[in-house]
Design a protein around this ligand. Structure first.
Ligand code: SAH
Ligand code: SF4
Ligand code: F3S
Length: 472
């Protein structure tokens, strides 16, 4: 896709990446003690928490069931919207209370909020009972800090990190489905977004290291992997080694894990070749999360999204035409500064055109340090909430319509765990990432089975196993 005329391209200097191999021993000096870890935010944090868990368990801690059980509590924070921050502050209140009774409790804050210097200052000033503050770039220092913890510690925040750590160890939550970081950070600087400040510049891992990790996960019996990055499809652009995301995706598919997924794709970095690769390999799942953010050209320009409404539509059509049965979901922000009712109508119109399988919808939340935080914002909260409500009605209508198309069909479902819908049920995902609840026992967990869909709701499907068909 070419850079649209309307784009306010911001030429950011590339960084020289340092690849660092992590290799150190951790002594289990906290044997018999318990940890409690809470994760806020996106898949990046979920995966970072798997690294944190590895360190905690290597130190000898065991996972506790609740905060009250814990000898150490770790909050892996998110800064994307004000309410993400509010949740952390609310929970910190509980931790503070507990520490009054349990003086040895270690409280640790990490994640995206603690990459922001002003937030760190405010934590130090207003929450001095917190023992450790660590950012997103130096999680590997956590074991050392915990072992040494005495009173308040603050670690430098590296918002401009140029490092890629290799050989990171994880305590993965699942033995079925695994996350793999392929790139860190983001260079897009959408004007509303704090992520480039909390995760630093875009840095791709080397292809050999990623493929090695995929091969290892295959050997370990994983049925599914998800390649992770803020813009997975910008992968490799910073390396100048002549390969891009399509090359990586194809090589990953060839390793032969039954299901390969990736999030998140930026429309601006979507190439034709990428679409061809997804269409070509059966084990690359036909599911694409393609954030739209707004359907208005004027708002897209103010957001620095680098594509126009028409370009999004053309890309969407090409994806739908070339990838069989593909499902597409999106992210949309309402109430961006200057968004008129007309702009909002354009968003609604595009949602109607695309008939998304699902959408995460948000009210714009100004983030200190981003450009849009200084844009004049004269839309009332009432109006923003009303737009969100109207948008959600349309989004939910199409989610349900898309789901209803599955009724009567037989689809392959990777069963991932017990269902919340009853003890006699398990749940899993279709290739198109639809959640399916089905009657069956735990022996199905970890298998890919053929399921007949018998009912559809807006956010899930109900099904019955047709025939157990174990793949791999
Ligand atoms: N890298 C991904 C998304 C990361 S954040 C991408 O570009 O698609 C996930 C979503 O949060 C974004 O897609 C956006 O819709 C939303 N978001 C980010 N900053 C926001 C803000 N300041 N206010 C409201 N929503 C925001
Ligand atoms: Fe944020 Fe934009 Fe980067 Fe996504 S692409 S992480 S929205 S700056
Ligand atoms: Fe993710 Fe929140 Fe950070 S959305 S990248 S955890 S700011």
């Amino acid at each position: 896709m070419n850079l649209p005329d309307l784009c306010v391209a911001r030429d950011r200097k590339k960084v020289d990446i340092n690849y660092i191999n992590l290799d150190f021993d951790i002594k289990p000096i906290f044997k018999g003690k318990k940890y409690f870890l809470r994760t806020y935010g996106c898949q990046m944090n979920v995966h970072d928490s798997e690294e944190i868990k590895y360190y905690l368990e290597a130190l000898g801690f065991q996972q506790g069931n609740c905060l009250e059980d814990a000898d150490i509590v770790v909050l892996n924070t998110c800064a994307i919207r004000e309410n993400a921050k509010d949740k952390v502050i609310g929970y910190l209140g509980r931790c503070k209370h507990l520490k009054k009774e349990k003086k040895d409790l270690i409280i640790c804050l990490c994640g995206c909020l603690t990459e922001l210097p002003n937030e760190v200052m405010s934590f130090k000033k207003n929450h001095s009972y917190v023992d450790i503050i660590i950012g997103t770039h130096n999680i590997y220092e956590l074991p050392k800090l915990i072992a040494e913890t005495k009173g308040f510690q603050n670690i430098e925040v590296y918002s401009n990190s140029d490092k890629v750590y290799e050989n990171i160890k994880y305590k993965r939550d699942s033995k079925i489905s695994a996350w793999i970081n392929i790139a860190y950070g983001c260079d897009k600087f959408c004007t509303y977004c704090i992520v480039p400040m909390t995760r630093g510049r875009e840095r791709s891992r080397k292809i050999e290291q990623i493929l090695e990790e995929v091969a290892y996960l295959k050997k370990e019996g994983f049925q599914e992997i998800t390649l992770l990055g803020q813009n997975v499809n910008a992968y490799g652009n910073d390396l100048n080694l002549g390969y891009d995301f399509a090359t990586l995706l194809e090589k990953v598919a060839l390793i032969g894990i039954p299901r390969v997924r990736f999030v998140t794709s930026h429309p601006w970095n979507f190439t034709d070749r990428m679409i061809d690769v997804i269409a070509k390999y059966d084990n690359i799942m036909p599911y694409i999360h393609l954030p739209l953010q707004s359907g208005s050209d004027e708002i897209l320009r103010k957001m620095n999204r680098r594509y126009s409404r028409l370009q999004y539509k053309e890309l969407f059509d090409m994806i739908k035409n070339k990838i069989k049965n593909v499902a597409v979901t999106t992210d949309i922000i309402v109430g961006f500064p200057g968004e008129t009712e007309e702009d909002f109508q354009q968003t609604l119109e595009l949602v109607q055109y695309c008939m998304f399988d699902g959408a995460y919808t948000f009210i714009f939340s100004p983030r200190e340090g981003t450009l849009a935080a200084n844009f004049e914002d004269e839309i009332s909260l009432e109006e923003k909430e009303d737009r969100l409500k109207r948008l959600n009605e349309v989004v939910n209508k199409y989610s349900l319509l898309n789901n209803q198309k599955y009724v009567g069909q037989e689809v392959m479902v990777l069963v991932t765990g017990e269902s919340e819908k009853g003890k006699d049920k398990v749940c899993g995902y279709t290739e198109t990432f639809k959640l399916v609840n089905l009657i069956g026992d735990q022996s199905l967990i970890g298998k890919i089975v053929k399921v007949k869909i018998i009912d559809a709701k807006s956010f899930s499907l109900d099904g019955e196993v047709v025939k157990e068909a174990l793949i791999a």
